[in-house]
Design a protein around this ligand. Structure first.
Ligand SMILES: *[C@@H]1O[C@H](CO)[C@@H](O)[C@H](O)[C@H]1NC(C)=O
Ligand SMILES: *[C@@H]1O[C@H](CO)[C@@H](O)[C@H](O)[C@H]1NC(C)=O
Length: 132
């Protein structure tokens, strides 16, 4: 009994924010509008900060770009603001739901990886990267 109670307690106290979009085949575009949708349970914090991340510095030279700060977690979906400098393009992006803008490493949830594509998707995008 004790064990069962402990398990239930740890589950109910865990953060349960869950990003449902973007992720996987649901990507974003540079023209937008780009929507973030998520699930939340009543024990979750009331608000979060949406952060765009990509570990590939070729795709996004400055990692952890805040999109929307102090988002009301109860609304379930928002349209994300582009980062300063506009939307980057490429693969391997994730959106983090951070606790707040001062603690971008304290994550409540993280999306699956997704791509951000240019609004004109005809042809191949040629990007030349010069190693310094
Ligand atoms: C944001 O959420 C935290 C944790 O739930 C809460 O303490 C704080 O008052 C909220 N702030 C606003 C502006 O809603
Ligand atoms: C980073 O992105 C560039 C451009 O899309 C790609 O060529 C390169 O392979 C990526 N690097 C890694 C480590 O994924």
């Amino acid at each position: 009994m004790r064990v069962v109670a402990a398990i239930l307690l740890s589950v109910s106290s865990a953060f349960a924010y869950q990003v449902t979009s973007p992720g996987g085949s649901q990507g974003w575009t540079t023209s937008g509008p780009n929507y973030l949708t998520w699930n939340r349970v009543s024990t979750d914090p009331l608000n979060f900060t949406a952060v765009l991340t990509n570990t590939n510095t070729t795709v996004m030279p400055i990692n952890n770009q805040v999109l929307n700060a102090l988002v009301d977690g109860t609304v379930g979906t928002i349209q994300c603001n582009p980062p300063s400098g506009g939307w980057p393009t490429g693969d391997g992006f994730r959106v983090n739901l951070a606790q707040d803008a001062e603690h971008l490493d304290s994550l409540l949830a993280q999306s699956d990886q997704f791509s951000i594509t240019g609004s004109t998707t005809t042809g191949t995008s040629t990007s030349t990267t010069s190693a310094s």
